[in-house]
Every structure is written in C-alpha cells, then in structure tokens.
Ligand binder design. Structure first.
Ligand code: FAD
Ligand code: UDP
Length: 389
C-alpha cells in the first residue's frame, strides 16, 4: 500500500491528525513503538474491575468547545470533576490551596483575618500563583505565602522536578495557583468530563478507518530513515515524499547530535486494596521526601462513573530523573523547560526544518508541557494548515 501520510506515535497528537487525514481519504500509516495505542492516555480494566491509567492519572478538562465537539464524535462522556486533597500540617486540605484550606490549617480568628485580607487584595474567585503571592508586601499575606510555599510547593516541587520552585518555569507552579474561593475542584474549566468507555476506546474510535494502518511495537527508525545530508526521508528504503508527522522526542529523532534534552520521569507503583483507600481521586504529599518519597496517590475508582466496587486500585507516583538507558525512569514524561534549553530545542527545530515534508507535533516533539486538550487543538490546527498542501 502507498501512503500519503506517515505519523509517528499513536498518542492524542498522532491519533487526531491521522484521523483527520483519513477522513479526507488520505492513506495513513501510524508507527507506534508501544504494544498499544493511546500514548500516555492508555487505560484498561484491571483485575479489580477498576479502570487503570497505565501512564498516570488523566482527567479531561477544557474550556475549548472546538476540542469537546470534535472528540464527542468518538466518545460519549460522563461528568467528572477532579478533587485533590494535600497533606498539610498532618491534615488533608483542598489543593489548590483555597479559602477552605486556610480555615482548616489556621485557628478561627487568624483564618478570618487572612481570608478578608486576600479577598480585599485580590478579589473573590481569583487565582494567584504562589511565586506572585510571595511578592506581596503586606506582612500577613507574606507570612501566609511563605507558609503555603513551604507546606504545599517547596517539597512537592523538589521531589517532582529535583529543583526548587524558583528554578523551574513559573508557569509550572502557576498551574496550581492559590485560589481565593471556596470552589474545591482541581480545575475550573467549563468542560470537565471523562470518556464513557475510557480513553483507549476513544482512541480505537478515532483510528477506526480503512485508510489507517497501524504498526505497533515498531520503532520509528525501523521503517523510516532520515538522511540529514540530502534532507530526504525514506520509508522502507524508498524515498517518501508524503507528509511525515513526528510526535516522538526530537533529540531522539536526530540521534542526540546536539545533546540530550532534559526530561523528568515517573514510576507508578500500583496496589490493590479492599473497599476504599482514600476520600477523593488524588491525595498530594507535599511533604519532605524523608516523610513520603512519592508526590501523590491516585485511587482510580473515584475517577470512574460507577465507583461502587468491592476492591480498589491505587497508584503511588514516584518522580525519577529521566534516563533512557535505565530500568526506572526511562519514559520522558515532563520536558524540563529553561531559557538555556529553549535555545537547544530551537537548534533541533532548525534541523527538522531542513526536511520539507517533516512536521513536529505533540508534547515530546514540541517539547512543551501540554495538557491533552491543547494537544488535540494543536493537531486540529496543524491539519487545517496542511490539508491543502
Ligand atoms: P504521548 O501521549 O506521549 O504519545 C506519544 C506516542 O509516540 C507514544 O505512544 C509513544 O510510544 C510514541 N513514540 C514516541 N517515540 C516514538 C518512536 N521513536 N517510534 C515510535 N513511536 C514513538 N493532560 C490533561 O489534559 N489532563 C491530565 O489529567 C493529565 N495528566 C497527566 C499526568 C501525567 C503523569 C503526565 C505525564 C501528563 C498528563 N497530562 C494530562 C498531559 C498528557 O499526557 C499529554 O498532553 C499527552 O500525553 C500528549 O499527547 P502526545 O500525543 O503529544 O504524547
Ligand atoms: N505543585 C506543588 N504542590 C502540589 C501540586 C502541584 O508544588 O500540591 C506544583 C509542582 O511543581 C507540580 C506543578 O505544581 O509539578 C504542577 O502541578 P500539576 O498537578 O498540574 O502537575 P501534573 O498533574 O501535570 O503532574
């Protein structure tokens, strides 16, 4: 079979763009190194009848209607609003840290004073990133900011990234701002819902086209060759002039010639228990690593539409330095983004620009901390740009 488009990776980036080309009657080959589709969204029903997310808890939330409308062609949904508690001063309080969290960790008079001050300064229903709150000159707000920094952000971030909150891109801690509100949901997006039959089924539907062929357990380089002198791409040793959409790691694509890009990795340790393990979907442990080495525990049945199960499965999340050659921590989960690294990434992009038919898409290829809705949106946009070419 001759292909019009080759897509590397069957995560959201690769699957959405493959779906779009296939719907336009283009013949698409997907190359995926894992033994299953879905990328990091892959899920399955485990022995306890729990829908387990193999690569970490994934909750769909967005304010982008275009993304919801598109995905709704491939799945039904159920409403799910994620709630997270964090262990702070030996209590479990709402995260993002909010007005309820203040009430739970401070005695009444102090809590009331702090809440009024925050509302006066920032307004109700506002969000303030911790690094911004720390800059406030008012001594009481400053004291509160230091408390939250120390008890919610400092150790979690050091465990997660191996760096302090000041050393990482401020947008990362800004994902979980202090919330001047009683709204205890982890996300405030307009659409918060989960695919009725799970993410894997959503991917099966996205890819169910006679125009799509999928090669599982196949490394990109097993079938594609990138000639960096002639700037040509070969598919099974024949020159391929159709479009190649690459969603893997860009440093890997170019054999690390400009050095490795830094990532952070994770290991998930699963446990099966009787009954229910914890009160909500996720409990964060922003405690020092000598107290809890892990960052969070997710109990998957809370994420399900029907959580009336006798058994339960939890996943304990341990951060690791990424090392592609080691047994643990060999999946590049999070790009570590700094100004210096941005320069190196741009050099890699220049290498890819030399290939006229190569396009980078997705969290790894674009080296960005994308949520899944942003990936779907990026894939739809790239397709719109390429469809007439
Ligand atoms: P991926 O899902 O990583 O897919 C890339 C695919 O390419 C993989 O299947 C991989 O095997 C394949 N591949 C890579 N290299 C090659 C190669 N050389 N040859 C062949 N195949 C290759 N987002 C949310 O919106 N909500 C959440 O709750 C959420 N939770 C998250 C939790 C964790 C722990 C992490 C790490 C991320 C989370 N995200 C969440 C973000 C979400 O996972 C990403 O937005 C999404 O995975 C990006 O999709 P992608 O297709 O770019 O990448
Ligand atoms: N964070 C933190 N304490 C928390 C929750 C989050 O310090 O209790 C910081 C940490 O640096 C983390 C970032 O905020 O990496 C983003 O958190 P999020 O929950 O969005 O991370 P993800 O789900 O993407 O791993």
């Amino acid at each position: 079979m001759k292909y019009d488009v080759v897509v590397v990776g069957a995560g959201f980036a690769g699957s959405v763009i493959a779906n779009r080309f296939a719907s336009d009657n283009k013949r698409v080959l997907i190359i995926e190194k894992r033994s299953q589709i879905g990328g990091n969204m892959y899920d399955f029903i485990d022995e306890s009848n729990v829908r387990y997310h193999k690569y970490g808890p994934h909750i769909f939330h967005t304010s982008n209607k275009k993304v919801v409308d598109f995905l709704s062609n491939y799945t039904k949904w159920y409403k799910y609003e994620h709630r997270v508690l964090g262990k702070v001063c030996d209590k479990l309080v709402p995260i993002p840290f909010n007005l309820t969290s203040i009430e739970e960790v401070f005695e009444n008079d102090k809590a009331n004073k702090l809440k009024s001050l925050l509302i006066e300064t920032y307004g109700m229903e506002t969000k303030v990133p911790i690094l911004e709150l720390r800059k406030n000159e008012n001594s009481e707000i400053k004291e509160l900011a230091e408390f939250i920094y120390e008890n919610v952000f400092k150790y979690y971030t050091m465990k997660q990234w191996g760096l302090s909150p000041e050393e990482i891109d401020p947008a990362v801690t800004g994902r979980v701002p202090v919330h001047i509100s009683y709204d205890d949901r982890y996300f405030q997006d307009e659409y918060q819902q989960m695919p009725k039959d799970g993410f894997t089924s959503l991917f099966e539907n996205l890819l169910a086209s006679k125009n799509i062929e999928i090669l599982l357990e196949t490394e990109c380089k097993d079938v594609l060759k990138f000639d960096t002198e002639k700037n040509k791409i070969y598919l099974n040793d024949e020159e391929f002039s159709g479009k190649v959409i690459y969603t893997g790691a860009i440093d890997e694509l170019f054999d690390y010639t400009l050095g490795e890009l830094p990532y952070r990795s994770l290991e998930f340790v699963s446990e099966s228990h009787k009954g229910t393990y914890q009160k909500c979907g996720t409990v964060n442990y922003p405690t020092p690593s000598d107290e809890n080495e892990y960052t969070r525990i997710t109990e998957y049945k809370h994420l399900m539409e029907d959580d009336n199960l006798n058994m339960t499965t939890i996943a304990i999340e341990y951060p690791y330095p990424y090392n592609r050659n080691s047994k643990k921590g060999n999946i590049p989960y999070y790009p570590i983004f700094t100004k210096e690294i941005e320069e190196k990434y741009k050099e890699y992009v220049k290498l890819s620009d030399n290939f006229k038919n190569l396009y980078l898409l997705g969290r790894l290829a674009e080296f960005r901390y994308y949520n899944m809705d942003a990936i779907v949106d990026a894939a739809l946009n790239l397709y719109e740009k390429l469809k007439g070419l």
